[in-house]
Design a protein around this ligand. Sequence first.
Ligand code: BMA
Length: 360
Amino acid sequence: MKTRLTILLIIMSLATYAAKPKPSDPKATPEAVKLYQKMLKLQEKGLMFGHQDAFAYGTSWYATEGRSDVKDVCGDHPAIIGWELGHLELGGKYSLDSVFFDNIRKGIQNAHKLGGINTISWHFRNVLTGGTAWDVTSKKTVASMLPVGEKHQLYLQYLDKLATFMLSLKTEKGTQIPILFRPFHEHTGSWFWWGKNMSTVDEYKALWRFTVNYLRNEKNIHHLLYGYSTDRFSSEEEYLERYPGDDLIDMVAFDLYDRGPEYSATLSNCAKLVSKIGAEKGKIAAVSEAGGPISKNAEWWTKTLLETLRPYKLSYVLVWRNAFNQPPHAAFGPYKGCPSEQDFVKFYNDPKTLFLKDIR
Ligand code: BMA
């Protein structure tokens, strides 16, 4: 009797396990699986708030543990913490935004320990020309990085550095910290060397496939969830034109900055489409980057961002960095004394938005 009961319980828990959504990597670590399921579940509950480099620096401080501009304003940290790895490929000690890679690692460990979710972007150098991520002088960069291309070996060196860093992201117990990795973003625009006009659809997709397979199969990296983030788009077809495949991607997302009066309408349309695509594919859907004129529009958080996104089921919206020691208009997140400070507190208090304390 007891044995039968045990068998029944095992079957039931296996059935529950099998029924839960799984990330695209069949070998995903238990922590990556857990993060994926947690994000999908939270997506039903509310919209997480994210901020780029939240723990690294703010408008008026740099590398101060426990601080974030967001916390200064509303008393809680963002739920999603963004990090940037540009220049890691060059082998230096700090990123293109002057953050030490050791501090990025520590910040990621800290965010994870606090119950937050870490996402990483990578504005890496143009592998063919040696220029920046914004060097769009050649249409051959992507092709040159593929296995038969002239810069393939150099790209492998870049990926090896990336892999070493990703593998160094561990908890005190030595478990890999799950990360939402979002390379080759905003590719529906053409301001990065991986942008639309710089490669063919097939080359772009092949770059994704090669990269993910290399990290998974050659580097044995299984703690990453992969995000596909376009810039603005107007239809499902346009969104999915360069989508590399359900077996590689865990999150469908887009980046969109407020640069004029048409913002709400465009944001609404992109949010609607991406949440539909996410629901159909059973994947996370998000606004992976946003930002608005928060130093001029004192109600941007509630009237523009929140009211536009409220109708949709999206995992998160992440606003870009508050560059240290720059003029106020350069900050995309709130900070103590900014004109939209009170409005951000309203945004924080709205039941739709989720911050760190809400997701632990
Ligand atoms: C851009 C700007 C740059 C920065 C880059 C990578 O949008 O914020 O200053 O170097 O992102 O983080």
